[in-house]
Design a protein around this ligand. Structure first.
Ligand SMILES: *[C@@H]1O[C@H](CO)[C@@H](O)[C@H](O)[C@H]1NC(C)=O
Ligand SMILES: *[C@@H]1O[C@H](CO)[C@@H](O)[C@H](O)[C@H]1NC(C)=O
Ligand SMILES: *[C@@H]1O[C@H](CO)[C@@H](O)[C@H](O)[C@H]1NC(C)=O
Ligand SMILES: *[C@@H]1O[C@H](CO)[C@@H](O)[C@H](O)[C@H]1NC(C)=O
Ligand SMILES: *[C@@H]1O[C@H](CO)[C@@H](O)[C@H](O)[C@H]1NC(C)=O
Ligand SMILES: *[C@@H]1O[C@H](CO)[C@@H](O)[C@H](O)[C@H]1NC(C)=O
Length: 332
């Protein structure tokens, strides 16, 4: 776990610590999605105290900076307010971002808006700061309103989106959790939904991490009911090469089961998770501030000793790995 010695934890800020709204600084938020594009860490949308903004912000990581004055920049606004979705960077050009699923919001004033399903896909060309709504071939309309899930993209441009939950305000659907795997190939824009032949748990508010071996590791999360938080030591794994599921029973340290945490793939090939919460009814309950490491060879959880000032408890935040740094931003 040598590389952990070098990992610093940055909390850019969270709502607890930051109240001033300045023009060049994003207001506090949670439920945004983020993507690292080269040396820019992008954040899309989220929920602020006033509205679900259509804002796009990025942190410029190309030079070192003082954490109390992070180098924020805003970019072209999204066509809609956006929360609880997921995003992937195209490995074909390393500059186009796809936003998949999520809740989409239409603003009626600076402080009012309403939920309206608009599209399950938005595309952002970061080179020219342009948003488009691409057409998906063969789209499965049962994916409409899907949110609270994480997608990963493989090196060939296939986006894998697992599970999530429908959102009840559109199409008169009841909120339902899913265990399906949808695949969008960005080279053909063809959508497909895999038939689930094996028994895979419904999962919502988990993390998804793609390993170099092609395995996607799903950590934590819950079933359809918010009362049903999954055992974090029972890890569902999808093989993107054979399209098969398996379950690993992790041993080692006891890690609290949780939802809405964050996970990054460290340079040593292990997965580091941070924060998240339990839920009581629909309310965020205990919010965690612990760091845990999952060894992806032995499937052993461990809790490293970490020096420096700890980040606060955070849930519904973002995390990204940049060089040796796990950067945490926003959250509740
Ligand atoms: C970072 O900025 C803060 C506030 O301006 C200042 O107090 C602190 O000394 C700076 N830290 C470094 C390492 O420059
Ligand atoms: C995209 O980034 C990956 C990883 O850094 C690199 O291997 C690949 O060559 C890049 N592709 C393009 C088109 O820049
Ligand atoms: C949802 O239900 C309302 C009230 O019953 C109805 O007016 C509306 O057309 C329904 N919407 C859809 C998309 O079915
Ligand atoms: C669409 O998705 C639903 C829900 O996962 C699934 O039951 C159905 O088989 C899918 N339809 C197609 C055509 O893939
Ligand atoms: C969670 O799963 C692990 C691994 O199977 C098991 O050892 C542990 O008892 C389970 N915890 C609970 C609370 O069921
Ligand atoms: C959930 O919250 C209620 C009211 O605050 C409390 O009575 C109950 O014990 C809590 N349940 C759990 C499982 O923490």
């Amino acid at each position: 776990m040598k590389s952990l010695q070098y990992i610093l934890f940055f909390v850019i800020f969270s709502s607890v610590y930051f109240f001033v709204i300045c023009q060049n600084i994003p207001s506090p938020r949670r439920q945004q999605t983020s993507t690292l594009i080269g040396t820019r860490l992008y954040f899309f949308g989220g929920t602020t105290s006033l509205i679900k903004p259509n804002e796009v912000w990025y942190l410029d990581l190309s030079s070192s900076f003082n954490i109390s004055t992070p180098p924020w920049h805003s970019d072209a606004a999204m066509p809609i307010g956006y929360t609880l979705g997921t995003s992937c960077l195209s490995p074909i050009d390393n500059s186009t971002v796809f936003l998949i699923g999520g809740r989409t919001w239409i603003a009626t004033s600076a402080t009012t808006q309403y939920y309206s399903y608009t599209s399950s896909l938005y595309k952002f060309d970061s080179k020219i700061s342009q948003w488009t709504t691409p057409t998906i071939n063969n789209f499965n309309s049962s994916f409409r309103t899907r949110n609270e899930m994480q997608a990963v993209i493989d090196n060939y441009g296939k986006i894998f989106v697992f599970g999530g939950v429908s959102y009840g305000n559109d199409d008169n659907v009841t909120t339902t959790g899913y265990n399906d795997m949808s695949i969008l190939d960005i080279t053909t824009m063809i959508w497909s939904t895999q038939t689930q032949s094996q028994s895979v748990l419904v999962n919502v508010d988990y993390t998804a991490t793609l390993l170099p071996s092609g395995l996607i590791v799903y950590i934590g999360g819950r079933g359809s009911s918010t009362a049903n938080i999954h055992n974090i030591s029972q890890i569902q794994i999808f093989d993107t090469k054979s399209y098969t599921w398996s379950t690993k029973l992790a041993s080692g340290s006891t890690i609290a089961s949780r939802v809405s945490h964050s996970a990054v793939l460290a340079q040593d090939g292990n997965i580091i998770i941070y924060g998240g919460s339990t839920i009581n009814s629909t309310k965020v309950d205990n919010v965690f501030s612990d760091i845990a490491v999952l060894n992806t060879n032995s499937w052993v959880w461990s809790v490293p000793s970490v020096s420096g000032i700890s980040a606060p408890p955070l849930t519904q935040h973002s995390a990204a790995l940049y060089k040796n740094y796990m950067i945490l931003a926003f959250g509740k």
